[in-house]
Each structure stands twice: as C-alpha cells, then as structure tokens.
Ligand binder design. Structure first.
Ligand code: MG
Length: 458
C-alpha cells in the first residue's frame, strides 16, 4: 500500500517522487507564506523566511519549489543552502526572519524527504497554528501576490560561522583545546560533516572524520542507534580515540561511542550535557515524559528540577523558553541550550560533553558509570484509537498507586521506575517506554503492560 503524505505539527514528510513532489512543496510554501501574511497583517517591513536543506539529493529541488511558493505569495526568502537543522534556527534569529523552513526528513531513510516549519521564535508552530497551515495547504486557499509585490530570493553563506561562534561562546575553548582530544565524527554523509569538523578543530581536537561528505548517500541506516553504529565503534577502537560522535542527517541528534568503542545510548547524550550544565549554572531543565530519570537525579543534586512535557521537540523548547531553562532536550540524543537556540543541536551536545570530559579529566566510560545506570525498554505495538484508550484505562486501574501525569498519554511514576504509554500522533501505534533501577524491576513493569496489551488486543 502506498504510504500517505504526512502533514503534521512538525511539518510534512513523504516519499520523493511518489507523494512528495515539487508541486506539493510549492503548495506547502504558499500555505506557510499565506499563514505568515495572515499572522502579521499590519507588519510594515517585508516578511522574510530563511530556508536551509540537509544533504538529501532531492533537497535542492524541493527547496526551490518551497521558495517559489513563498515568493508567489509575497514572502522574501534567504536561501541558506546546505546546512543543519539547528543552523536554520540560529540564522532565523540572527537575520530576524519571520519564519524558517528546513528541507529534511531527519533520520528517515533516503527515499524520504520532508519540509519542517519554524516560527520567528525558532520553534515549530503550536498545534492550533500548525492546523491553520495544514488547512490552508489542503484547501489551496493561497493569498497570491501580484508582480510588484512578489517575494525575492537572496542567499547567505554565514550559517557555519554564526553557528560555530554561538556554540564556542557557551564553553571554555582553551580548557577543551588543552586536552587535545582525539575524536571520531560520523556524520552519515548528512549536513553535519563540514561544520562539525570546523567546530572540533576550533576546540583543538584531532578529528578522524567518517562519512563527512554531505552527499546524501547515507553510508549506513541514518538513525544514530546501536545497530547502525557498529562500524563507528570499530573505528574508535582502531584509532584509539577518546570518544566517537554520530549525528543524524540534519545534525540535531547526537549519539556517543565511548573510548572502548561501545555505543553509550542516546539517553546519555542529554544526561551528560546536563551534568556539565548543572555543575556550572543554577536553574531548571525541561524534557519530555519519555526521557530517562537520569536528568532528574542530576538536577535534584544541583537543587534544580525538571519540567516534563508532551513528546515533541516544540513542546520541550516552548517549556524551556517559558521557564528560562538552563538545559533541555530529548532522550533521543537531542540537546537544547537556549543560548545557542531553541532547537536540538548535536554541535551543542558535542561541545558540552567535551567540556565535561576536559574539566573532570574523566573518560566517557567513567562519566557514564557515574550516571546511575537505569534499565530502559522501549516498545511499540499496533493499536487503534479505541484500543489505545482502553490500554490506558486498564493501566490507570492497574497502577493506581503510582503518581500519574496525563499530559501526553499516561506516565506512571513509581519509587523504582516509571512507565510512559501513549498513542502515536502519526500512526495507529502505541508506544510504551519503561525505565527502572535494574532489569528485573523493569521486567515486572514490562510483564504487567504486556498483560494489559494482550487483554485489549486479543
Ligand atoms: Mg534529525
């Protein structure tokens, strides 16, 4: 069965040449531009959107199509070219744009591409505004401009320089450089290679680049998970480096391989970054309900707390902006530091973790060992809306003694662990994340949830 074009809160994603074509992308540009014109009707200055794309071969074609759409409704475009997703967020605020567009399908396989939208504050539109854009796209209710007031395209090549200077400003460059770290960087031939190599050189590191050509020919499955990064572990071992870093194609997610070549797990990326931040600054953190408790332990020790949000980067970023959080992100390797931008940023993660290593003098293995070592299990199963609701109702009965958060599905917190069960926003699937102090404790929760699932689905 042909997959449907997905038009959701974070933008649009589809298969290039099947459901995602130049004409679809132009319409989406028209819809976003029309939305911005309606949102800022009295704005005197010309509305401007900056646009960047990751290294997928279809990026230029789709980017040009979105730009045409934006211009046709009277929006000016600044073309940033091939850049990372966090790079677009940084430039959006640097250039005081009204919005931003990123052509990327993030960690999805090569046949996919997507169009991600950002508002002037650097984050994705909230649900109500996302729905307005979606509606406008499907209704094709576009506010076309005439010849005199159509938008125009200019370009900027400043993204790398601006982005790197913002990242360097949040760390002690000399302290890191003094350690002369040797680092393997696997950019999966995505957008991250060139800029991240430059950053590492600025930080005095000896870089062993892998898959650093932004060709879009992904050298392995692009999601930075353990099974996709076995090769990186081998290179770390062979080269005897201090650490291995892996980015996804648009460089917002970061995974770490320790000095022995072992995959550390994406949950540790945010935890290690938070460990450094909470050692330096006073304040609070924000993350989603599916992220490990490690960050709560770190914050608590430092006298801070963690604000939990619904799953979705924009929810975390909005909570961070609202509460002026000193660190935040997601357990999928996404670190957000508002001093650089309200978007997950692998360059931020790399800089903060290198500084943690530099200041403590500890290896990645030692730093990971200090973080408590929970056991986490992530599972998903097919469930329609009614079945998902029933699973949650039964779980509420079963875990009546737990602290319950219903912001996004149900999160049950126990003394020794937690369960987060939620229906996916994009597919008829239920996701269940379970974390506990050790494997046997987690197994009890896994068995209890499996029993409820079987009862509902059988
Ligand atoms: Mg990504």
């Amino acid at each position: 069965m042909a997959e449907k074009l997905m038009v959701s809160i974070s933008g649009m994603r589809g298969i290039v040449g099947e459901n995602l074509t130049a004409s679809v992308a132009t319409d989406y540009g028209c819809a976003f531009g029309t939305f911005l014109k309606n949102k800022y009707p009295a704005k005197e200055q010309q509305l401007t959107v900056c646009l960047g794309r990751d290294s997928r071969p279809s990026g230029q074609m789709l980017g040009s199509a979105v730009m045409a759409g934006l211009c046709s409704v009277g929006i000016d475009v600044i073309d940033l070219g091939l850049v990372t997703t966090p790079g677009v967020s940084v430039m959006l605020r640097q250039l005081a744009c009204t919005g931003g567009v990123v052509i990327t399908a993030s960690h999805n396989p090569i046949q996919y591409n997507g169009i991600k939208l950002l508002l002037g504050n650097g984050i994705a539109p909230p649900p109500l505004e996302a729905e307005q854009i979606r509606r406008c796209f499907f209704d094709k209710d576009f506010a076309f401009a005439d010849s005199a007031s159509r938008g125009k395209v200019t370009s900027s090549e400043q993204t790398d320089a601006v982005h790197i200077s913002k990242v360097l400003a949040i760390v002690d460059r000399e302290a890191i450089a003094a350690r002369k770290f040797k680092v393997v960087l696997d950019s999966v031939n995505g957008a991250g290679g060139p800029i991240t190599k430059k950053l590492l050189v600025e930080l005095g590191c000896e870089v062993v680049p892998v898959n650093d050509e932004p060709s879009g020919s992904f050298a392995h499955e692009p999601e930075p998970t353990a099974e996709n990064l076995a090769g990186l572990g081998q290179i770390v071992q062979a080269e005897g480096t201090d650490v291995g870093f892996a980015q996804d194609p648009d460089a917002d997610r970061l995974a770490i391989v320790d000095e022995n070549g072992m995959y550390v797990g994406e949950e540790y990326t945010l935890a290690l970054a938070a460990k450094h931040i909470f050692a330096k600054r006073t304040g609070n953190a924000a993350t989603n309900l599916s992220t490990s408790r490690m960050i709560d332990d770190i914050a608590e020790k430092a006298g801070g707390r963690v604000i939990r949000t619904a799953v979705g980067e924009a929810n975390v970023a909005a909570a961070m902006l609202e509460n002026d959080c000193i660190i935040g992100g997601e357990g999928n390797g996404g670190v957000i530091d508002l001093r650089v931008g309200p978007v997950r940023d692998s360059l931020v993660g790399i800089a903060l973790i290198l500084q943690l290593m530099a200041e403590t003098g500890k290896t990645v293995t030692q730093l990971v060992g200090e973080l408590g070592g929970y056991y986490m299990n992530k599972a998903k199963f097919a469930a329609d809306h009614t079945q998902a609701r029933r699973v949650l109702d039964l779980a509420k009965d079963k875990f009546a003694g737990a602290r319950l958060d219903t912001t996004d599905g149900c999160r049950f917190d126990f003394e020794d662990g937690w369960i987060h069960a939620r229906a996916s926003n994009t597919e008829p699937v239920m996701r269940v994340i379970i974390e506990a102090k050790d494997r046997p404790a987690a197994q009890e929760y896994i068995d209890a949830v499996s029993k409820i699932r079987d009862e509902v689905l059988s």
